[in-house]
Design a protein around this ligand. Structure first.
Ligand SMILES: Nc1nc2c(ncn2[C@@H]2O[C@H](COP(=O)(O)OP(=O)(O)OP(=O)(O)O)[C@@H](O)[C@H]2O)c(=O)[nH]1
Ligand SMILES: [Mg+2]
Length: 200
C-alpha cells in the first residue's frame, strides 16, 4: 500500500458523528494498551498521527483517519482496563457495539491481542461476538518484537487455539516497533476493503 496522504479527520462518540461519505473502513479493536494506535501509526508510517501512551486508556473516542482520500482507518477506545472511570466504562459498550453492529461501511475489524499473553476473558468474549456477528474480522497479535522467533510461533498457536478460530480467520503476527508482519496485513486490508463485500 502506498500512503499518499494520511490525516486525522474526526472523532465520534455516536453513530451520527461518524463520516457520512461511505468510504470503506477498517477498525482496530482490543484491550487498552494492546497497541491499536501504534499499529495504525506504523501502517501509515506516521509516528505521532494516532496518540499512543504507555498508560492504558489513551484513546477514548472513535477516531477517523482518512487515507489517500479513499478509505478510513478507525482507532477505537480499548476495553478491559480496570482504572478507567466508571463513566467511560458505562459508555464503552453501547458506543462500540452500536458502531460494530450498525456501521455499514465497516469492511474489516482487526481484533488485536498481545502475542506475549494468552487471550483474556474479555478478548474471548469479544472474539466470540465477532465470530457470531457475520462481520469480516482478523486477529492481529501485537508486540512480536518482545519475543523470540520460537516463542512467537508457539504463542500464536495458543492464541488461535484459545480463541477457537476457524481456519478461515487470518491471524497476523506483527510489531509496531519493527514493522514485522505489516505487509501481509496491508494486503489483507486492501483486499477486504476494495475487492470484497463488507459482510464477506
Ligand atoms: N515493543 C512494542 N511496544 C508496543 C507495540 N505496540 C504498542 N506498543 C507500546 O504499547 C503501549 C500502548 O500502545 P498504544 O498504541 O497506545 O495502545 P492502544 O491499544 O491504542 O491503547 P488505548 O488507546 O489505551 O486503548 C505504548 O507504550 C506503545 O509504545 C509493539 O509492537 N512493540
Ligand atoms: Mg489508543
Amino acid at each position: 500500500m502506498i500512503i499518499r496522504s494520511a490525516e486525522f479527520l474526526t472523532s465520534a462518540v455516536r453513530m451520527d458523528q461518524c463520516p457520512q461519505d461511505r468510504f470503506p473502513e477498517m477498525a482496530c479493536l482490543g484491550r487498552s494498551n494492546v497497541g491499536k494506535s501504534s499499529l495504525i501509526n506504523k501502517l501509515l508510517n506516521r509516528r505521532h498521527l494516532a496518540r499512543t501512551s504507555a498508560q492504558p486508556g489513551k484513546t477514548q473516542t472513535i477516531n477517523y483517519y482518512l487515507i489517500n482520500g479513499e478509505m478510513y482507518l478507525v482507532d477505537l477506545p480499548g476495553y478491559g482496563y480496570a482504572k478507567v472511570s466508571k463513566d467511560l466504562k458505562a459508555t464503552w459498550a453501547p458506543m462500540i457495539y452500536s458502531y460494530l453492529e450498525r456501521r455499514e461501511s465497516l469492511g474489516l475489524i482487526l481484533q488485536l491481542v498481545d502475542l506475549r499473553h494468552a487471550p483474556s476473558k474479555l478478548d474471548k468474549e469479544m472474539n466470540s461476538w465477532l465470530q457470531d456477528s457475520g462481520r469480516a474480522f482478523a486477529v492481529v497479535a501485537t508486540k512480536a518484537d518482545k519475543l523470540s522467533r520460537s516463542a512467537r510461533a508457539k504463542n500464536a498457536k495458543v492464541i488461535r487455539d484459545d480463541l477457537d478460530l476457524r481456519k478461515s480467520v487470518p491471524l497476523f503476527v506483527t510489531s509496531a516497533d519493527s514493522g514485522e508482519g505489516l505487509e501481509p496485513l496491508w494486503e489483507h486490508i486492501e483486499q477486504r476493503l476494495f475487492t470484497m463485500d463488507s459482510q464477506g
